[in-house]
Design a protein around this ligand. Structure first.
Ligand code: HEM
Length: 120
């Protein structure tokens, strides 16, 4: 698969993950719980599939770049773990819902910064 195809998959995965996380954050901020969520199955499917897409296409991009596993790539893998781990946290702690609308995209911005500027 080409570099551009991997990048498209990477971006599509990111769009799905951040849309689901944003929806969940506002739902939780309004008092919504995991059990009462009518989109529960959709949210967990999108959460898992989008993270898999981001991860697999990330490695595809590394292969196509041909630069090997530089430190910024490992930093992105670590960030991927954090982002995946905390994406749905407002469902457990509803007071996190509103802060998430700002903090979660900022985590994504760090991942974007690492890929675009490759600072190390
Ligand atoms: C949720 C986690 C992640 C987010 C939000 C994210 C975000 C991004 C963004 C916004 C871009 C720039 C796309 C563009 O150039 O238009 C990108 C590129 C890239 N990402 Fe990720 N990424 C994530 C995880 C990963 C992981 C886990 C890896 C490695 C296994 C990875 C490797 C790459 C590579 C190699 C590029 C291409 C850099 C280039 O074209 O020079 N990313 N990522």
């Amino acid at each position: 698969m080409s570099y551009t195809a991997y990048k498209l998959i990477h971006i599509v995965g990111i769009l799905f993950l951040f849309t689901a996380a944003g929806g969940v954050a506002l739902y939780a901020a309004n008092g919504g719980t995991k059990e009462g969520n009518v989109g529960r199955v959709w949210v967990s499917a999108i959460h898992g599939l989008s993270l898999a897409l981001i991860f697999i296409s990330g490695f595809g991009l590394v292969a196509r770049l041909g630069t090997g596993f530089q430190p910024w790539v490992w930093a992105k893998v670590a960030l991927w773990l954090v982002i995946g781990g905390v994406a749905l946290m407002p469902l457990r702690k509803q007071s996190l819902g509103l802060p998430y609308l700002v903090l979660f995209p900022l985590l994504g911005a760090v991942a974007a910064f690492l890929a675009l500027f490759k600072p190390f």
